[in-house]
Design a protein around this ligand. Structure first.
Ligand code: C2O
Ligand code: CU
Ligand code: CU
Length: 493
């Protein structure tokens, strides 16, 4: 990480810098609500909120643009609607129908997947639902699932990694409108922050580069600059109270071990696809690509903090040498400044959150073994030695298996060589065991992606249909692994 980590750190601004940048004498005056009115300031901005809870309609338009990420030479990026990089946060009713459309104003096809949304295969946005340039995909999303923070991203055959790097991703909030009753912070961008955490590489001129080499294809592409909501070196400003962070690991391959530099506890209230019954208190939260987590942090003492991460556990696992990118030190994800003048809406942690913990009956479950295989000879890939699952690399024209609708299965998933986040479309599942032992607190709620570091057992009930020609995917969410063949597809009939 060294040099650019230092670079990123030196770009991190203190509260004093923010104040001076704003050219005013009082901190409170520098930070009127809403913060996003201060475009180009050094305060972290939320993605624009597109609230479709009452309209039941949203439209996304993908476009190419230029984004000054490093503040010097702009990078060629993609985004949705008014964003040149990433897309708006969609707020949708957790129970209701939505008329969605996705328009492609790019020069190449893409498919847009709703990761975590439980809809049939024909609405899921997998690689069989590619949208050609100048075409619009209109789809009815019949949503009926627990409230959750989920997301959307390109899921284009062989191109997902590249597209997500360019910016084809955004967050979805599924809400039932009852978070105030739950005692959870709900003010978007104030005490309820949406954080899309990504890592990128930049060239000497400050332009984002994505040119995976052989090691990146094997291990996954990691960057040395942290980008939060498409911004570098910004500071989040929060009230002196309980603050909710909706965290999305939208990185291609980096696994984060998130923590508070000041030693504050992270109160985990939701995993990928729903709330926990009560908060789980953690010092460190591991978040793998594709996973989401919602945490509450107590800022009532008024002290500033920094969200930090430990080094990526997936580097330096292969004995250095060619892979010699082992990381040692913690690094900053996001400085957080407390604005004392802003009244806290919520000043104590809710005793219970009220989510339903997974408890799937498995007496009649059938078993399936899934082995995630890292192709080791990158140079030979074009000749066939790609990543694979159970010996088979992804093939658009081959269904890996079919499941009976309503069936419950127990999957034993093993990962080779490194830790792999396995994601399954069209379901939410329960983690039963990790390496034969108990399930870690971060994996006890409903999940759609689970980090397989060794062996993981899950129980899955397949309630949503998918035909053989619009099947569901299951894959490693290290995007270079997914594009490299560590993916399969199944129907639910
Ligand atoms: Cu988030 Cu199939 O992916
Ligand atoms: Cu998905
Ligand atoms: Cu993988």
């Amino acid at each position: 990480m060294c040099s650019s980590e230092e670079r990123a750190r030196s770009m991190t601004m203190t509260r004093r810098d923010i104040l001076m940048a704003a050219g005013v004498t009082g901190f409170a005056a520098a930070l009127p609500r809403p913060l996003r009115a201060q475009a180009g300031g050094s305060v972290l901005q939320m993605p624009p909120l597109l609230d479709a809870t009452s309209s039941g309609v949203f439209d996304l338009v993908a476009r190419a643009g230029k984004t000054a990420l490093m503040g010097r030479a702009p990078s060629a990026t993609w985004g949705f609607n008014d964003q040149t990089f990433l897309g708006p946060t969609l707020r949708l009713a957790a129970d209701g129908a939505v008329a969605a459309s996705v328009t492609n104003q790019l020069t190449e096809p893409f498919a847009l997947h709703w990761h975590g949304l439980l809809v049939p295969g024909h609405a899921d946005g997998g690689p069989h639902l590619s949208i050609a340039p100048d075409r619009k995909w209109s789809v009815e999303l019949d949503i009926n699932q627990p409230p959750a923070t989920i997301w959307y991203h390109s899921h284009t055959h062989l191109r997902t990694a590249d597209h997500v790097q360019k910016g084809l991703a955004g967050v979805i909030q599924l809400t039932d409108g009852r978070d105030n009753a739950r005692g959870l912070p709900t003010e978007y961008g104030t005490d309820d922050l949406t954080l899309v955490i990504q890592d990128r590489r930049f060239d000497g001129r400050g332009q984002m580069v994505y040119s995976p080499g052989m090691a990146d294809e094997m291990m996954g592409f990691t960057g040395d600059v942290i980008v939060v909501n498409g911004q570098i070196g910004r500071t989040a400003v929060v009230p002196r109270g309980i603050v909710r962070l909706r965290l999305l690991n939208g990185s291609n391959a980096r696994i984060y071990d998130l923590a508070s530099r000041a030693g504050r506890l992270l109160h985990l209230v939701a995993t990928d696809t729903g709330y926990l019954d009560r908060a789980a208190t953690l010092k460190t939260l591991r978040l793998a690509p594709g996973e989401r987590a919602e945490v509450l942090i107590d800022f009532t003492d008024g002290a500033d903090d920094v969200l930090i991460s430990g080094p990526n556990p997936n580097v330096g696992m292969m004995g250095g040498g060619m892979m010699g990118r082992a990381e040692k030190a913690d690094f900053d994800i996001l400085p957080i400044a407390v604005d004392d003048t802003r009244p806290a809406r919520i000043d104590r942690l809710p005793e219970s959150i009220g989510g339903t913990m997974p408890d799937l009956p498995t007496r009649n479950a059938s078993r399936r073994n899934i082995t995630l295989e890292t192709g080791m000879n990158g140079m030979m890939w074009r000749g066939g030695n790609r990543h694979s699952i159970n010996g088979q690399s992804f093939d658009m024209s081959r269904l890996n298996f079919s499941v009976k609708k309503g069936a419950t299965e127990i999957w034993t998933i093993e990962g080779q060589m490194m830790a792999h986040p396995l994601h399954i479309h069209g379901v939410m599942f329960q983690v039963l065991s990790e390496n034969g032992g108990p399930v870690s607190p971060r994996n006890r709620g409903w999940k759609d992606t689970v980090l397989v570091d060794g062996r993981v057992e899950i129980a899955v009930r397949f309630d949503h249909p998918a035909t053989a020609d619009k099947p569901f995917m299951f894959h490693c969410h290290i995007l270079e692994h997914e594009d490299g063949g560590m993916m399969g597809q199944f129907s639910v009939v």
